[in-house]
Design a protein around this ligand. Structure first.
Ligand SMILES: [Zn+2]
Length: 351
């Protein structure tokens, strides 16, 4: 059984936290530990920097007078379950005396079934909050705000807090906090990118273009350049949008969304031939779903155009070919296994 200390990293503030996991709880010998178990406080970890709390989600052996249970946290990754079950069985056997039976419990509610006499809280959650899970945006916001008192100038903290305010759609707060991150490091590309995304979502598309362009000049990445194109389109700067999107698709020829926005910008300038050429490029570079174009209201004006029809036909053909290919490989899988399938839907075997 494990008893040595384990180092964890706080998902909120990156602080290193040490925990000495408990591997075995004898609920009838120790009422305090039994109460802790029922309230999810066994192997509970608190970060001393930001106050983030969660359980170190490892299996436990819970020993009662008539039952020895292996407790497995609900959200243990599937690839670890078999190994854990094996270890639990071995551990449980050595802990089992005469007249005790062995059970395996997933999650707190199954544990309550085996040990109904523990002081369970009235509202028992499906799972206890794991320490390595940063939690909801509101939970993170509170932890980051607490941290700001001790780290008023930390750019990484302010970047994370600003992004969290963005997730909460509190754009004004997000902007204010990201400016703190940029104060100490004005060319922090991550903070500029985050700020640009806030401006785009808060309908300040012109400001978003300026900020994304700044990120491009620092990183030369395709994503900020593409988003600068989208923001320029939203700001009705169609020529600026085309300029940026043309570079995106030249550098990344499989950037399907890039072609579609490019076509929309060209169409906004009444350049039908240019729009259709962009859509044809999308088709030639892997666009297989005709709905991506057909569902767009912008492209409705093109439906009677012969060149547009030929592009759609080409996409449909690719779509059907891809579908047939997928069906063929499905059939091969069906030949090997899946005996449970009803006979009439089972494909005929080739011998
Ligand atoms: Zn922390």
């Amino acid at each position: 059984m494990r008893s040595s200390a384990i180092r964890l990293t706080c998902p909120i503030c990156d602080e290193s936290v040490s925990v000495k996991p408990i591997a075995r709880v004898a609920v009838d010998d120790d009422t305090q530990l039994a109460s802790d178990l029922a309230h999810g406080r066994v192997n509970s970890v608190t970060c001393r920097m930001c106050g983030h709390v969660g359980v170190f989600a490892e299996p436990l052996i819970v020993v009662g007078s008539s039952v020895v249970a292996g407790y497995v946290p609900v959200d243990v990754p599937a690839n670890r379950k078999a190994g854990i079950a094996q270890r639990l069985q071995k551990d449980a056997k050595t802990a089992t005396g005469a007249g005790q039976r062995i059970a395996v419990c997933f999650g707190p509610r199954q544990l309550r079934k085996e040990f109904p006499h523990l002081p369970w809280p009235r509202r028992l959650p499906l799972r206890w909050h794991r320490f390595d899970d940063p939690g909801t945006p509101e939970h993170r916001r509170r932890s980051y705000e607490r941290l700001r008192e001790s780290r008023p100038d930390d750019p990484i903290l302010h970047l994370r807090l600003g992004t969290t305010y963005h997730e909460l759609r509190r754009y004004r707060d997000a902007r204010r906090i990201l400016h703190v991150a940029l104060r100490s490091d004005p060319t922090n590309a991550d903070a500029l990118f985050a700020l640009a995304s806030v401006e785009l979502d808060d309908r300040h598309a012109g400001e978003a273009v300026r900020l994304y362009d700044q990120v491009v000049s620092l990183t030369h990445d395709a994503l900020p350049r593409y988003l600068a194109g989208v923001a320029a389109f939203r700001d009705k700067q169609y020529r600026a949008a085309i300029e940026r999107l043309e570079i995106v698709v030249r550098e990344k020829p499989d950037h399907i969304d890039g072609y579609i926005w490019l076509a929309r910008a060209k169409l906004a300038l009444d350049d039908r031939a240019g729009a259709i050429a962009a859509l044809r490029m999308a088709a030639e570079n892997g666009l297989k779903n005709p709905d991506m174009i057909m569902r767009h209201r912008d492209f409705e004006v093109l439906t009677s155009d012969g060149a547009f029809k030929s592009v759609i036909a080409a996409i449909r053909k690719q779509h059907d070919m891809a579908k047939r290919k997928a069906e063929r490989s499905d059939r091969r899988v069906g030949d090997r296994g899946e005996r449970g399938r009803p006979r009439e839907t089972r494909p005929r075997r080739r011998r």
